[in-house]
Design a protein around this ligand. Sequence first.
Ligand code: DC
Length: 274
Amino acid sequence: MNPVRGSHNKKVCTTIRDEFVKVEASNGVKRGPVIAIDGPAGSGKSTLARLLAEKLCFTYIDTGAMYRAVALRAYEQGIDIEDEDSLKNLCSTINLYFTPPPAYPRKGGRKNVGGNQLNSNKIFIDGNDYSEKIRTPFVSRLSSKVSSQKAVRDAMVRLQRLLAAKGSVIMEGRDIGTIVFPDADVKFYIDASPEVRGRRRYAELKEKGENVFLDTIIAEEKARDKQDSTREHAPLKKADDAVLIDTSNMNLEEVLNVMLKTVKERISIGNTCC
Ligand code: DC
């Protein structure tokens, strides 16, 4: 087993990634273990995915950020979000990556990705940092619509599989356990009641100084859930073999403990960096 350096704490960590490198029957891409985390907006899955990645010394990949960045880029370029051909063209020409460093093959050769290098969670398109400006209610609405387009999904799913081709990853989104990695080593579906999710989102936005109303947030979350779970392509749904956790009445630590226990039961973790 090779030591892997976790960028978040500069410790030398030993992970199971090398033990778990396997060949995917579908496309022959080698990959390390994948933990899939899906669920609706505001369920707490992003925070949990990040914390779990730190505990296990895995790489965290926020796929929602990818759809958000593409949606905002399309908007900036005046692309009609119903115009699938233009969106397809956009997806095939942009250079979308997390830093540091880009973790997928690009013109000029393959870039390497190590332990937690994606955990900074900064997302770029063609050198422009989209990390902050994609976190607005406007981009939430836009990304929900853009992500229902098949051309966009196909491009993002391909990229997500490439991002996971090396190293151990925790990938979070809506379709990770169902479409992106149906053979993920562990799958979670994180849920909470719409009211609890709305209150969490409201608190988050208030903390950022945004002028928002709880009722509006809850209504918007419900509308987005409906759009995400009823769309034709890769709708949000729990994979049959995913572990369902309802976080409505649980604190972060409690949920994290359940997740850690499940992961340790499903894959032999050995030494982690924590
Ligand atoms: O997780 P998020 O709120 O940042 O995601 C933004 C939008 O992207 C969300 O409305 C649904 C979509 N999405 C998706 O369709 N598939 C994913 N794997 C992740 C996000």
